[in-house]
Write a protein that binds this ligand. Structure first.
Ligand SMILES: C[S@@+](CC[C@H](N)C(=O)[O-])C[C@H]1O[C@@H](n2cnc3c(N)ncnc32)[C@H](O)[C@@H]1O
Ligand SMILES: [Zn+2]
Length: 285
């Protein structure tokens, strides 16, 4: 069951207590649970736009695409590369920018088959994404919140996952326990290259992100994952396109060319990087 435990008030950082279908801080700030069980901890003053994050349409498309399990090899790669000493019974996992919840849900299912019980929390700035996630899996605590200001105390988690998302390293470091790990998953140079070749007149040179390292973290392990999958209808092709930024960036001619397809075989080219939180040395004099 989702517990929504050990969270902080986004206004004053005071601990939140569960009282039936609300979370309340000692100063009386109250956050009601939505019908589907998630809680919105994104105060209006922290919103940069009225409807931040992925739109309802993007979330619907991502949900339909991920439910076809073409990206199941990514779930397997995450689990097989997870640092072994971190993956113990009771491990506390945060998915920061969880989208519609596919990965965190699948990770929990596989871990539970292996006899590992994980406490899982997923958050996203998009209320559409969190609504979909909260319908997908009732065993996970789901929040609307921003990576820029995580509504939870320090050292709350043993692992933070940021999959195709927007990392905020100071916040990730704060909420990780000593020896906690961070996973970044990003697309590599050839990701969906067949589609991008149709969409753009030329392909930009690939630039690796965080090549110079990540502040506050030490790289433990880096891995590339490559596989192919086939989409066999125009609907499935449009669903994939609509969950990516290409839907807005591609040229008119490119999008028209993709509308002519009935099937396409695509390369998935993914980078996984595991980091460990750097522990600051204390100098005793
Ligand atoms: C490309 S999607 C990836 C979603 C999910 N991790 C997946 O792989 O299916 C990026 C997600 O980050 C969310 N997002 C954008 N800015 C955010 C922020 N500041 N804090 C948390 N989530 C954010 C978006 O709403 C969107 O759901
Ligand atoms: Zn408060």
């Amino acid at each position: 069951m989702s517990t929504l435990e050990n969270l902080s008030c986004p206004i004053d950082s005071a601990p939140l207590q569960r009282c039936e279908r609300s979370l309340i801080c000692q100063h009386g700030h109250t956050y009601d649970l939505a019908k589907t069980g998630y809680v919105n901890l994104l105060p209006v003053q922290n919103k940069r736009s009225k409807d931040p994050g992925d739109s309802k349409e993007m979330v619907t498309s991502r949900h339909a695409f991920l439910n076809q399990h073409h990206y199941q090899p990514i779930v397997q790669a995450i689990l097989s590369s997870w640092p072994k000493e971190n993956l113990h019974n009771g491990v506390r996992i945060l998915d920061a920018g969880c989208g519609e919840g596919y990965y965190l849900s699948e990770i929990g299912r596989v871990l539970s088959d292996q006899g590992i019980n994980a406490e899982r929390m997923g958050l996203d700035i998009s209320k559409w994404a969190v609504t979909a996630a909260s319908k997908r899996d009732k065993d996970i605590s789901w929040l609307v919140a921003s990576n820029a200001s995580l509504p939870m105390p320090k050292e709350r988690f043993d692992a933070v996952l940021c999959l195709f998302g927007f990392p905020v390293f100071t916040e990730f470091s704060r909420v990780l326990s000593d020896h906690g790990v961070l996973l970044l998953v990003e697309s590599g140079a050839d990701h969906l290259i067949e589609l991008r070749t149709l969409l753009y007149p030329s392909i930009h040179e690939y630039k690796a992100t965080f090549a110079a390292g990540v502040p506050g973290f030490e790289l433990l392990h880096e891995q590339a994952e490559r596989f192919t999958f086939t989409l066999d209808s125009q609907l499935h092709i449009q669903q994939l396109l609509s969950m990516t930024p290409h839907i807005h960036k591609a040229s008119y001619d490119g999008r028209e060319a993709v509308k002519q397809l009935n099937s396409i075989t695509l390369t998935a080219d993914i980078k996984l990087r595991w980091y460990q939180k750097e522990i600051k040395e204390v100098n005793y004099v």
